[in-house]
Every structure is written in C-alpha cells, then in structure tokens.
Design a protein around this ligand. Sequence first.
Ligand code: PLP
Length: 471
Amino acid sequence: MNKVNHFYFSIANLYFKIHLRASTFMHRKIMLPEDEMPDKWYNIQADIPVPPPLNPATREPMDARDMEPIFPKELLRQEMSTQRWIEIPEEVREIYSIWRPTPLYRAVNLEKFLKTPAKIYYKWEGVSPPGSHKPNTSVAQAYYNAKEGVERLTTETGAGQWGSALAFACHFFGLDCTVYMVKCSYEQKPYRRILMQTWGAEVIPSPSDRTDFGKKVREKDPDTPGSLGIAISEAIEDAVRHDDTKYSLGSVLNHVLLHQTIIGLEMKKQFEMIGEEPDIICGCVGGGSNFSGGFFPFVPDKLKGKDIEFIAAEPKACPSLTKGVYTYDFGDTAKQTPLLKMYTLGHSFVPPAIHAGGLRYHGDAPALCKLVNDGLVRSVAYHQTGVFEAARIFAQTEGFVVAPESAHAVKAAIEEALKCKEKGEEKVICFVNSGHGHFDLSAYDAFNRGELKDYEYPDELIRKAIEELDT
Ligand SMILES: *Cc1c(COP(=O)(O)O)cnc(C)c1O
C-alpha cells in the first residue's frame, strides 16, 4: 500500500471506529448546544383554534381592550394570535441562557429497575434558579411589561412556586413585584417566601388589608387561612387600582402555554440529535402549562398522521380532565375573570389539601382542554401515595428528588413502561419533569413515615359543584 492510500485507509478506519462508537453509545444526558436554543415559540392556535374567553355579562367573546388594565398589549396580542411562530426577544433569550437549554435525560437506571424494553427519557426543568419550568413564562411576561412602561407586577401564589418564578424574573427588568401569598402557606411554608424576598419581592399574606376584597374577607372571618381564589382577587384588584401596575398569571392562558413551548422545541431537537423519536409524551397537569409546553410542538406531526400519544396526568383528588365537564366557567372563585371554555369541576370546587399544591386547580388551560376534547390527548388520574411511591423509585434510581407535581408525570411514565414490558414493546417514552422537590421535603417526610393519605374526591360532590355552574 502506498503512502497516500495508507493515509486514506487510516482515515476511513478512524471514521468507521468513531461512527461505530457513536452508534452504539448509550446517550444518558443529551445536551443541546447553547446557540441551538430555539429563537421562536410555537403557537398551537395556528393549527387548532382555541375557543375564546367570554365576557360574563354579555356572553360575547372578550374584547382585548377590556383586559388592558390587567395585561400588557403584547401579551394580549399573543393571547389571541394565530401566527404559528412568535419570535423570542433577545433579552428573554439572554436570561433563559442562565439555565437553558435544559438537559434531556435517558432514565437508564429506572429502565433497568423496571426491566422494561421501553426507553424512558425526561426533560429536566428543575435546573432553573427557582427550580421549575415556571420562569420560562415569568421572564417573558416581565420583559413585555417592562417594555410597555409597567413598573410593578402583582400576582398570587399558593405554595410559592409561581411567586418565586415571578420574583426572580421581575428583578432582571427593574420591576417591583408584589406577591399575595395564601396566608396558611405564608405561615407554614417559609422557604419559598424567603426565596421571593431574597429576589426582592414584597410578599403579603392573603387576605390582607391592602385591598377592599381582602378587608371584606377578614371582617367576615378574621382567622381565615386564605385561599388561592381570594389571593387572585386581591392581586387583580391591586393591579386595576394602580396605573403603573399590572397582573401576571403563571398558567392556563394561551400566552403562558406559548412561552412554555420552548420545552418541547428543545426536546424535539435533542431527539433529532440522537436519531430517536418519542412514541409517548406525558406530563403532569395543574393548569396545563408545562405538559402543553412539552407536547404542543409535536401536535402538527400527529395531525399529519404520525403515531404519537400524549398523556396528561392529574391527581384523583382534583380530577378536572378525567371527571370535569367541558363548558364555560369562571377561572376564579370570586367570579371576577372572563369565562373560559375548559374541563372544570366548577369554580366553587375546593380541592382537598394534597401535597401537589400546584395541581389543585378546578379547571385547566382552554388550549389543552380543546385537544383533550378532540381526542388528541388521553388523561389519567392517580392517588398521591402511588405518586410518591413513583417519586421514591425515581429518586433511588435516577437520583433527583422531584416536586410532588412532577411525580405524577413520573408515575405516568412508569405505568406506560410497565405496559410495554407486558406487551414486549420497545416504545420511546418521554415525560416533562417540571421541577425539583427540595422545598417539598415535608411531604416526602409524611410519605416516608407512612402518614400520607389518599383522597378521592367523591363523585357526588363533583356533581354538586358542576350543577352550580349555570345558576
Ligand atoms: C406549578 C407547577 C406545576 C403545575 O402547573 P402547570 O401549569 O400545569 O404546569 C407542575 N409542576 C411544578 C414543578 C410546578 O411548579
């Protein structure tokens, strides 16, 4: 062999070796290069029309101008937009790059533990500074508000996940942030309050004496533990009363789901990188934003005939998708919001105090509900002990201690992987892992001690809450 030929032979040999190694390599953590972070969000309304919110007085579709005291114009534009791709502003991408792109993991040890032929992947959103997917939208919302001259944002928070995501975002754009935190959580769960205050937010236990609504509630019942419904009413009242102030919501609305599609768009690129495609995508549903953000970018493929399944997981204690009715209902208890077309348990529904606080909402995002109603998404409901069992298995195999909300997605993925084992199917399952559980350790403690109780909301009470809907 002459020198030149030998040279080419060696190169070919080297190429072959590298290629062979690459193709047999087990990808455990699929990292997207920073400059491959998506620069546009995907708007589902280009492919699936979402029923509009209605004005409760007239039952006509809401006029965007009626909502301008509460939300900035650009977010209202996005709320109604049917444009397929919406540019992510450079300033937002810059903040995203603190923790994005997020890793896509293959749950190798969990697969081994389950002895399943399925491949299990998860998109890990717990790496953001507040520890969940929520800053994907809080950063965008803070940016558009600041750009339109707003000086302060108000919001409500239960356990503190949304409040801390908004507090984190506001600081970057010089906005003040006022968080109305449900009083019992304010007293019992100090850590997220401290996090919010560290990021510069003002945190007020709700009901407060800052608003007329709060004062009224306190007069009637001075010892009330508060509720998310009351806190929403206070945050909205505060925003409406002050010209320099607007209100911010962390789930349910179209523009929130839009911002979360960065999850699924990154996932898509990561699967392309390793030459795989998911057969099943699952996620947990509170208002529907992290799950929708994960699977919406795959909906066009399904509409074109691709065989891909989407599974929404919720608690049996608050089963809006599996037991609710698909109708127009208020988004809050005080009946202040526009009417939203959704699967609802009734706005008067008070869910029991399960540990996945972020999943205790009586309705769900109208965009997600439309897809469920169209038969594009299947929904399942689980008891919390089964969910924590899944979370413990996950912690012991994959290492991460996930949020009780995210544990519903883990449970769904495990159930599907076990079905694959039964049928001998090698499906690719992917779930959105929405956040870490470092501030939820008391729930893990209760589970570890065997003190966690299951609660299934009685059908009778659900029927009663739904009957009250049109009266
Ligand atoms: C808030 C929250 C949820 C539920 O909200 P969605 O809008 O349904 O995503 C789920 N997981 C975590 C970690 C959360 O903080």
